[in-house]
Design a protein around this ligand. Structure first.
Ligand SMILES: Cc1ncc(COP(=O)(O)O)c(C=O)c1O
Length: 412
């Protein structure tokens, strides 16, 4: 066995309690029952997560809280702030905890997501995606009218003019940041003169207030190895940092210089002038991030604990060397690496089939019978969350709450 896979397995075993065998005769609670039992998201009854109807999305509160603390401790020690991306969790209960733990605001990727967050009481929102159609621009500026803490990204002069017109039409002065490309050419304007000129235009346009810039380096987040990731992201974000200096020289407002993500959260403060990290996945972690390696452990990215899991039930165990579960692509997505069975070793999970998961035994730490439940660490957290209307908040296996994923499906 490769050294890497041994270390990874050890970590994952340490990360979670072994799966508990639950007889199929357990009553089980449906989503509707759990919702009716919950008062303002909280559950008073003693219900074990193993009694939940499956597939069920669960978040372990101890792990989630540890992740929030690790992030805040680190950014505070590094002299920057966090502005977590709510596209990861789409859940106001988590956004609230992030703000309470010291984040300066949240980010959203879609205007509908931003509106859902605002409707649930979150009022410091940076929208990192440019809105280019009139319907979206009007919705964004309409949100800004009621939510003074809403900030919109832009990356072209034409778009800035459209924002300005929409803002003037409803008599507001909207905060805008210039999105600067980190080299991936996905979004943003090139750094240097183009970005500077756009910032100057935003500063001049009526109805807009320049709040600074953002530069998200998505291409570096999953680079394997801390040293490689560090070298790459510092190189790629440096031109945006120079642009910020040029903006300052030109007398422009640069109070926000936002960027970074879970893979670079403890590197981004080395970029001169960066104010906050737009970290998303750190709250949950997933198999994709666990695989990239960290500063202290080159094999496993163990800075954060996997808090998000899918509970699934074994449907068929009558064939040698494998079982079939009820969590396939519609419960887990088909992202890879595939989900990991929490707390167990010597088995591999596949969620390629729409309705069914397949668990194959290699050298299994245990085996399962029909009706047994097991727990999966998700492959990639963002798209998995988007498959569920609620997540169960769990501590020591007891369900403490039912949290609405209020921005689930908000993709416009
Ligand atoms: C613009 C932007 N900022 C921040 C993030 C958060 O990244 P992560 O989940 O890697 O922390 C993303 C994720 O794709 C993003 O697109």
């Amino acid at each position: 066995m490769r050294k890497g896979s041994v270390s990874r397995r050890r970590f994952l075993q340490a990360a979670g309690a072994a799966a508990v065998w639950v007889p199929s005769s357990v009553k089980g609670y449906t989503v509707a029952e759990m919702r009716s039992l919950s008062a303002e998201g909280e559950i008073q009854e003693d219900i074990s997560k193993w009694e939940l109807d499956t597939p069920a999305l669960c978040v372990d509160l101890d792990a989630l809280e540890a992740n929030l603390q690790t992030m805040q401790r680190t950014v505070a020690a590094n002299g920057i702030a966090s502005r977590p991306h709510a596209k990861t969790h789409k859940c106001p209960a988590i956004a609230r905890r992030q703000l309470e733990s010291g984040s300066v605001g949240i980010c959203t990727a879609k205007v509908s997501e931003a509106i859902a967050m605002f409707e649930h009481g979150i009022d410091r929102i940076l929208m990192t995606t440019t809105n280019v159609t009139s319907v979206k621009i009007e919705r964004a500026m309409g949100l800004r009218r009621w939510c003074p803490g809403f900030i919109q990204a832009t990356d072209t002069a034409e778009n800035a003019r459209d924002l300005s017109e929409a803002a003037q039409a409803i008599g507001i002065n909207a905060d805008v940041v210039v999105d600067v490309d980190s080299g991936g050419h996905r979004t943003g304007i090139p750094p240097g003169r183009p970005a500077l000129e756009l910032a100057q235009l935003v500063d001049r346009l009526p109805g807009l207030r320049l709040a600074g810039l953002l530069c998200y380096d998505g291409g570096s987040q999953h680079v394997q190895g801390f040293a490689e990731r560090r070298a790459r992201t510092l190189d790629r974000v440096a031109p945006a940092a120079e642009t910020k200096v040029e903006m300052e020289r030109a007398g422009l407002n640069t109070e926000i210089f936002s960027g970074g993500g879970t893979g670079t959260y403890n590197i981004d403060h080395e970029t001169a002038g960066l104010t906050d990290v737009q970290v998303g996945s750190y709250v949950f972690m997933d198999a994709q991030y666990l695989a990239i390696g960290g500063a202290t452990d080159p094999e496993v990215y163990s800075d954060f604990e996997p808090s998000l899991t899918i509970l699934t039930t074994v449907l068929n165990s009558q064939y040698e060397g494998q079982v079939t579960t009820d969590a396939g692509a519609k419960a887990c997505t088909i992202n890879q690496p595939w989900p990991i069975v929490k707390g167990e070793t010597g088995m591999t999970y596949r969620s390629g089939s729409d309705e069914f998961g397949t668990l194959r035994y290699d050298d299994p730490s245990r085996t399962y019978r029909t009706g047994d439940k097991l727990e999966l660490i998700v492959s990639h957290c963002d798209p998995v969350v988007n498959l569920y209307d609620q997540m169960y908040a769990v501590r020591n296996d007891r369900v403490e709450g039912v949290w609405q994923i209020a921005a689930r499906g908000m993709s416009t």
